[in-house]
Design a protein around this ligand. Sequence first.
Ligand SMILES: Cc1cc2nc3c(=O)[nH]c(=O)nc-3n(C[C@H](O)[C@H](O)[C@H](O)COP(=O)(O)OP(=O)(O)OC[C@H]3O[C@@H](n4cnc5c(N)ncnc54)[C@H](O)[C@@H]3O)c2cc1C
Length: 416
Amino acid sequence: MRFENVQSDVTVVGGGLSGVSAAVAAARLGKKVALIQNRPVLGGNSSSEMRVWVVGATGHGVNRYARETGVLGEMFVENQYTNPEGNPYYWDLIVLEKVRHEPNIQLFLNTDVHEVEAEGDELNRHIKSVTGWMMGSERKIRFESPVFLDCTGDGLIGFLAGAKYQIGREAKHEFNEAWAPDVSDNITLGSTLLFYTKDAGRPVKFVPPSFTKDITQTPIPIKRVLNSGDSGCHYWWIEWGGAEDIDTLHDNERIRDELWSVIYGIWDYIKNSGKFEAETMTLEWVGSMPGKREYRRFKGDYVLNQNDLERQTQFEDNVTYGGWSIDLHPPEGMYAADYTSRHYHSDGIYQIPYRSLYSFNVNNLLFAGRNISATHIAFGSSRVMGTCASVGQAAGTAAALCVENKATRGRFMRSI
Ligand SMILES: Cc1cc2nc3c(=O)[nH]c(=O)nc-3n(C[C@H](O)[C@H](O)[C@H](O)COP(=O)(O)OP(=O)(O)OC[C@H]3O[C@@H](n4cnc5c(N)ncnc54)[C@H](O)[C@@H]3O)c2cc1C
């Protein structure tokens, strides 16, 4: 095993679209950035490993003139030019090239950060370093910098540093949100695996594995739309793990097994029930890492909530915009018999304040992505990747300015 030390201005942990945008933004402001991603591919849920398509402020076409520009906008344009067919592997290349193009970024793929060195009392913590293990290389690497960004989705870095956070749904009285339950609980959105199909051009059979679920014993064939040629995000509803007795993080393996049993059950139903024209269809790809929708949300100086989205609150420290609907799913996920998802569309785009992008109690920690300081209801909208990426660009810019000004997280002070 090799031990190494890396010194940077900004350390970004997590190479999803929020981490990539944050790293590029900080690097373009002249800061040395370490971008650490625990998987071999960048892009997080948008990568070919997960294949979730990127949406953002445009919403479901409701805000049709709204669209992310900045780092994500550059990647969108590149994607339109090089990848009009939407090949997931070509998208991986676009994200990788965006990072490789920045000489100030040192990229560490396959590096899983799981140690954090932090000090200070509960309300004033300070991160000194984070340490990761690079798989396949037997390198243990310690990253030091004045400012850290947690773009891991699940929020492991902030958790290990002692940052305050919330999991689950807030009670109505906390933020006076119309959609919040009367009593707070642990309910989250669940996780999902997707699959791709293709036409083999000749009849092909499907022999289901032993763990295949008989979906005719579930509400799926009645409540959901099944088509033999559909792939990817058409099946966003193959979701499970959000109920109170399951933890989307610690029960990740159990959730994957349940999702696999249903994917093969759906495919068995499509191929072998005789109800579909699927003789020549085959499975081209099946996901193996559950795409997680929700876990920790850190506490910043401000908690974005449903009222801000509905009323389109104007923030003095506005740094970016969201516009996707508040999009929440039932805790039973794919087994829900009543509704599949609930949407609330604001009257246009809404603002996201800088105070939601830094920890109120860890003085050099910023965050971007699905773990920002928002209630469960507001997260229902801010979690989409277009918004995560623009939040990432804002947080990366802020991190660079903090280093420049020798500030820690650059706490926002209201002007008087
Ligand atoms: C099935 C599904 C469907 C969805 N549908 C849509 C949709 O249609 N459109 C849309 O825009 N959004 C959609 N979302 C939401 C969106 O994908 C997520 O909210 C978004 O990806 C969050 O971005 P992120 O950067 O915070 O996290 P991620 O995209 O998960 O990226 C975080 C990255 O950090 C890495 N990482 C984690 N821990 C560590 C560590 N300790 N060390 C190093 N690296 C680490 C992970 O490997 C990952 O690549 C969906 C989500 C799911 C699961």
